[in-house]
Write a protein that binds this ligand. Structure first.
Ligand code: HEC
Length: 105
């Protein structure tokens, strides 16, 4: 009984606090950000999603959940960093770093 009441209370509080919950990040961006930022592209600038989420939470007072959602959205639409896009991975430097000899038991 107590558990049920607590669950209901928690659910009510959560709903009241997070008005943006459930909106897809693209919608959040269109509603809250597109006025000033015409495109979501180029905003992430290769930042870590955590840094970005902090920035968004700090500057735009969104809930941390929507800040996280927005951060990963911005990253997903952002162009990949040039280095990763242009250069294919080098082949493994097997000569420089010989594999550890496996010890037989
Ligand atoms: C009232 C206008 C306005 C709104 C609304 C707005 N921004 Fe901004 N935003 C700015 C300005 C101005 C800057 C500072 C630009 C700069 O420093 O180059 C900025 C900077 C940013 C940056 C950092 C860009 C950089 O170059 O470092 C990000 C990321 C960002 N905004 C995301 C968002 C997101 C996501 C939203 C919606 C939740 C949003 N903004 C809503 C005006 C706005």
């Amino acid at each position: 009984m107590i558990v049920a009441a607590a669950a209901v209370l928690t659910a009510t509080v959560a709903t009241a606090q997070n008005l943006d919950a459930g909106k897809p990040p693209a919608k959040l961006f269109a509603d809250g950000c597109a006025t000033c930022h015409r495109s979501p592209r180029g905003l992430a600038k290769g930042r870590f999603s955590l840094t970005l989420a902090w920035f968004l939470k700090d500057h735009y007072a969104t809930s941390s959940d929507s800040a996280k959602a927005l951060a990963s959205y911005l990253q997903s639409v952002d162009e990949p960093p040039p280095r990763a896009a242009v250069r294919p991975k080098k082949p493994a430097r097997s000569a420089a770093r010989p594999a550890k000899p496996v010890q037989s038991q």
